[in-house]
Write a protein that binds this ligand. Structure first.
Ligand code: NAP
Length: 263
């Protein structure tokens, strides 16, 4: 049987780096995936320096044929997935009519299509190794997001899809969780085109804490993991307050970002 590894996408920055560290600390062999190879190698060296097995590094753009790229790279190392962590993703701040259309569609390709493909592609291997699937959603997935509409909608998909998979795959012994962070200081804001830190401090959580919560939630078999009490409250409140009030609040918050961009 091929040796089992945890595949972590988006492991060159932010939450993905911390997810790699927490899985490695807990004894999992890793495969790190993202486009920036140098960063992946630096992280692989750091993990190897702790005495752990050096992670497999897979430098790949996951927008197209992600399962083929990852599957072939793992097979070349005699490995196959035990856990898949779909963390790679990005957002774009601004109104849909101001943002580049192709970039918005690229966001759906990565946040939705790639995540779906990688969730399904390796199920036999996850089952064989009694592993699981951790998909990174967002608190944004619980509400509509005028001013960041496609991103919020993409995370609503991740939440809905992963909750359903949790149910479907329970019978096969595959753990499935969706990790839904609130604001985390990473490269995300810069990539989204957000100027300055507009996140309410009470909601912000460090990437290392978010990753630890995600790991524990997955291993404990939790369906949805929302790091931090304030963020948990947000996900409850948005289900109780009328949708138009929620949208008005998000609209004001995202407008601040958009006006900083002139979008
Ligand atoms: N930060 C937040 O406030 C926040 C809140 C809630 C949820 N999230 C979610 O958390 C996840 C991680 O975000 P982050 O905050 O850690 O952002 P980040 O620091 O920008 O990291 C994003 C990661 O995704 C990778 N990536 C982007 N496009 C890719 C592509 N086409 N192919 C392969 N890898 C790609 C990047 O690597 P390369 O550029 O090297 O390819 C990087 O490793 C995302 O799904 C995001 O939506 C973030």
């Amino acid at each position: 049987m091929a040796r089992p590894v945890t595949v972590i996408t988006g492991a060159s920055a932010g939450i993905g780096v911390e997810l790699a560290r927490v899985f490695a600390r807990n004894g999992h062999a890793l495969a790190l995936v993202a486009r920036r190879e140098q960063r992946l190698n630096a992280l692989a060296d750091e993990i190897a320096a702790t005495g752990a097995l050096r992670p497999i590094v897979i430098a790949a753009d996951l927008t197209h044929e992600p399962a083929r790229k990852i599957g072939e790279a793992l097979a070349a190392h005699g490995a196959e997935p035990q856990f898949v962590v779909n963390n790679a993703g990005f957002g774009l701040a601004g109104r849909v009519f101001n943002l580049d259309r192709d970039e918005q569609l690229d966001m759906i390709d990565l946040n939705v299509r790639t995540l779906t493909e990688l969730s399904i592609a390796f199920l036999d291997s996850l089952e064989r190794h009694k592993g699981g699937l951790l998909n990174v959603g967002s608190v944004a997935g619980f509400l509509p997001g005028p001013g960041m509409a496609v991103y919020y909608a993409s995370k609503a998909y991740v939440l809905s899809f992963t909750e359903a998979l949790h149910k479907e795959l329970k019978g096969r012994g595959i753990r499935v969780s969706v990790l839904c962070p609130g604001p985390v200081a990473t490269e995300f804001a810069e990539r989204a085109g957000v100027k300055g830190n507009v996140a309410p401090p009470i909601l912000a959580q460090p990437a290392a804490y978010v990753a630890e919560q995600g790991y524990r939630g997955l291993m404990s078999g939790h369906r949805v993991v929302v790091p931090g009490l304030a963020n948990k409250l947000v996900t409850i409140i948005v289900r109780l307050v009328p949708r138009r009030l929620i949208m008005a609040t998000v609209n004001v918050r995202q407008s601040r970002r958009s006006s900083a961009l002139g979008a």
